[in-house]
Write a protein that binds this ligand. Structure first.
Ligand code: ATP
Ligand code: BTN
Length: 244
């Protein structure tokens, strides 16, 4: 299923590596690294990527329907990762809107979808995920939020190649489902896994903050927030969700 897989021990960023090659890659091509010197998250943030303990994976995907269809894609990827980890025996894996995986209210993995392509053209996407597997406490000291490892969620850790294969296969399958039927089929898959479903949260939007109760996502992938005014959808890359 995976047309090409490059394993590169040391790299700046697996996302950057594939982004520079989108014109020549087959759909579904993957890149894995052991260490990233410049791993990145959303909005220029750093993704801490020490050697040996974690997984850094990127996949190239093309959406013929164009950039508009890429909205909400990080949600599809989040569901795929959680389902893949569950299939390997991990329990209690959750998703946090719009691009994180959580375990016991701590960040386990992050997703970064980067795009190239113009409106009206096919969208070239690079989908990156960083998954903490067994990062020593000292290595993660620089992370300013609560984080955790897959080792906490598994009685016995899956073998590394088995883990990578399960993630790649589930990602392929979820992306194909998404191309066939859009977000519709993912709302119930997401809501089952949603870390904040029916919990009090706040949304940070620049210097605006809205508090309410999270009510899952709608068929566009928007976060549904219930306030005294009722339930409203929130969509957009500049929104950050926090538990209260
Ligand atoms: P948002 O809700 O806006 O996505 P976020 O804090 O999760 O907020 P991201 O850009 O998604 O921001 O992720 C980058 C952040 O993730 C970093 O600023 C850091 O706090 C945290 N981080 C960096 N490396 C790791 C890691 N290996 N494991 C867990 N968290 C990390
Ligand atoms: C986030 O939570 O903001 C997303 C973090 C994404 C990290 C992964 S690691 C593999 C790929 N290469 C990168 O530079 N970033 C992504």
């Amino acid at each position: 299923k995976c047309p090409s897989l490059e394993v590169i021990p040391v790299i700046d960023s697996t996302n950057q590596y594939l982004l520079e090659r989108v014109a020549t890659l087959p759909k579904g091509a993957c890149c894995l690294a052991e260490y990233q010197q410049a791993g990145r998250g959303r909005r220029g943030r750093q993704w801490l990527s020490p050697f040996g303990s974690n997984l850094y994976l990127s996949m190239y995907w093309r959406l013929d329907a164009g950039i508009a269809a890429a909205m909400g894609l990080s949600l599809v990827v989040g569901v795929a990762i959680a389902e893949a980890l569950e299939s390997l025996g991990a329990e209690g894996i959750k998703v946090k809107w719009p691009n994180d995986l959580y375990y016991q209210d701590r960040k386990l993995a992050g997703i970064l979808v980067e795009l190239s392509g113009q409106a009206g053209e096919a969208a070239h996407l690079v989908i990156g995920m960083g998954l903490n597997i067994a990062m020593p406490e000292a290595e993660g000291e620089a992370i300013e939020q609560s984080w955790t490892n897959l080792s906490e969620a598994c009685d016995s850790l899956p073998e590394r190649n088995e883990l990578a294969a399960a993630l790649i296969n589930q990602l392929h399958s979820a992306l194909n489902d998404y191309e066939e039927s859009g977000m519709e089929g993912f709302t119930s898959r997401w809501n089952r896994l949603d870390n904040f479903l029916d919990r009090p949260v706040k949304l940070l939007m620049g210097n605006r903050v809205v508090e309410g109760i999270a009510r899952g996502i709608n068929s566009q992938g928007a976060l549904l927030l219930e306030t005294e005014q009722g339930i409203s959808p929130y969509l957009g890359g500049e929104i950050s969700l926090r538990g209260c």
